[in-house]
Design a protein around this ligand. Structure first.
Ligand code: OAD
Length: 234
């Protein structure tokens, strides 16, 4: 393949696994221990907001003490030093890409860094601990929720992501199982638009068939290796 001028990267929970943040669908992953219907849907939140907020309080604290790993750092280096324009889209709600130095991160599933009012949509910096009675800082209603996208809700920035997928020369999925749509469909969309597609993951994801090439192993090893190769292609 000729040298890519535009690279679109999608990351998932696997890139943060070696930073100590669990994945969802691996053995022992979050969705093997908890029911996602209780913790990651608007209906679950309506049934038991205290349970849902406690779960996200726990996850936010784990993210706060986690550190970016070599894979996050390599992607930041690619954006900084590479000749290609990099669009970095993540399904992760942690801020490890930002803390590794990536200049711009598209958080399609939201972020732990902000709270959101379920009533009026106002956002503000997330407190360490959220409780059901917390009032919205704008409208005052007790409707504070994590600013994350739950099942049944529309991911953020889809227009911008669609434009990047149309214009990209290379699409790379890192540490994602290819299970959750619309993200699981990005590789096919990019390929249809003419891009090459590459999977970097511990093992083949569910959508492995749509990738032109794949490398399997821990993200902290295979991502820095791939980035070094791209940077050497000058
Ligand atoms: P999953 O848990 O579904 O998949 C994680 C992927 O990372 C798997 O394919 C693993 O093989 C791989 N993996 C694990 N450890 C790795 C490592 N050290 N290096 C490289 N790869 C590794 O996570 P996602 O695909 O990100 O959404 O899940 C997508 C969405 O489902 C999440 O954003 C979340 C979840 O429900 C919502 O909560 C809305």
């Amino acid at each position: 393949m000729s040298k890519p001028r535009a690279i679109t990267i999608l990351t998932g929970a696997g890139i943060s696994a070696e930073s100590g943040l669990g994945t969802f669908r691996d053995p022992g992953g979050l969705w093997s221990r908890y029911d996602w219907r209780d913790l990651a849907t608007p209906e679950g939140f309506a049934r038991d907001p205290g349970f849902v907020l406690d779960f996200y309080n726990w996850r936010r604290e784990r993210v706060r003490t986690a550190r970016p790993n070599a894979a996050h750092l390599a992607l930041a280096r690619l954006a900084r030093e590479g000749e290609a324009a990099v669009t970095l889209v993540t399904q992760n709600v942690d801020d490890l890409h930002e803390r590794a130095g990536s200049p711009e991160v598209i958080h399609m599933h939201g972020t732990h860094l902000t709270a959101r009012c379920a009533a009026c949509g106002h956002r503000w910096p997330a407190p360490a601990v959220m409780a059901p009675a917390d009032p919205c800082l704008a409208c005052g209603r007790p409707a504070t929720r994590p600013d994350v996208v739950w099942f049944g809700e529309t991911p953020h920035h889809m227009g911008r992501i669609a434009r990047a997928l149309q214009a990209t020369d290379l699409f790379v999925a890192i540490g994602t199982s290819g299970t959750v749509y619309p993200a699981a469909g990005f590789a096919a969309a990019a390929r249809t638009a003419g891009a090459s597609t590459l999977e970097l993951n511990l093992e083949p994801g569910r959508n492995a068939g749509v990738f032109d090439a794949a490398r399997h192993g821990p993200a902290s090893e295979i991502v820095p290796e791939w980035v070094a190769e791209v940077l050497a292609e000058r």
